[in-house]
Design a protein around this ligand. Structure first.
Ligand SMILES: CC(C)(COP(=O)(O)OP(=O)(O)OC[C@H]1O[C@@H](n2cnc3c(N)ncnc32)[C@H](O)[C@@H]1OP(=O)(O)O)[C@@H](O)C(=O)NCCC(=O)NCCS
Length: 162
């Protein structure tokens, strides 16, 4: 059966900012936040953006390499800023910027940036077309073009792997 193309959506319709406080259960004995905890927060935040963009069931197809640039300490506030960067026929890239803030001094550092690809599935597990994203600002357009280049790189890598 032919699926209708979903309506396009503006970047701002699904963009999200969420903040977590690092508690003792999130840290190792040095008081540094576990990388896996931050990755889970990244996945959840990006997933919410993907859901809001599609309003259908979505799954994470991949997360690109993720480097942690600075340690995130016990008690820090971790803010994740996420939005749809790029959409293609059956997938979308969501970018997440991770900032760690000392709540006393207000000092903030850019800890990591992650790019995740989501795919929308129907109730039988069949991929659905993705609503095209409409970038609204110069920054959105820059991210769209960068996302497109990364999408192409991922495709090429998967083709090479076979
Ligand atoms: C993601 C998944 C649905 C892709 O299935 P598939 O049969 O490879 O799908 P298709 O080949 O039809 O590709 C569908 C889209 O996904 C993209 N895609 C597939 N694998 C991908 C990957 N590893 N990374 C990024 N994008 C991927 C394709 O490029 C395509 O998008 P496009 O049309 O915009 O180019 C399937 O691999 C899956 O269900 N994986 C498990 C997901 C999961 O459990 N995630 C964790 C919990 S949410």
């Amino acid at each position: 059966m032919q699926q209708n193309k979903p309506e396009s959506k503006k970047t701002s319709e699904s963009s999200l900012e969420s903040t977590y406080m690092v508690m003792p259960e999130h840290t190792n004995p040095r008081g540094y936040t576990f990388g896996g905890t931050i990755m889970a927060w990244v996945d959840i935040t990006a997933g919410v953006v993907a859901f809001r963009h599609c309003r259908t069931s979505v799954v994470t197809a991949s997360m690109d390499e993720l480097s942690f640039l600075y340690p995130v300490n016990l008690g820090d506030l971790v803010t994740l800023k996420a939005s749809v960067n790029f959409t293609s026929r059956h997938s979308m890239e969501v970018g997440v910027k991770v900032l760690a803030e000392n709540p006393i001094t207000g000092e903030s550092s850019h800890t990591a940036t992650a790019y995740l690809t989501f795919v929308s599935l129907d109730k039988n597990g069949k991929t659905l077309p993705i609503a095209q994203v409409i970038p609204e600002t110069d920054e959105h357009i820059r991210r769209f073009e960068a996302g497109k280049a990364r999408y192409q790189e991922r495709l090429n890598k998967r083709k090479k792997r076979g």
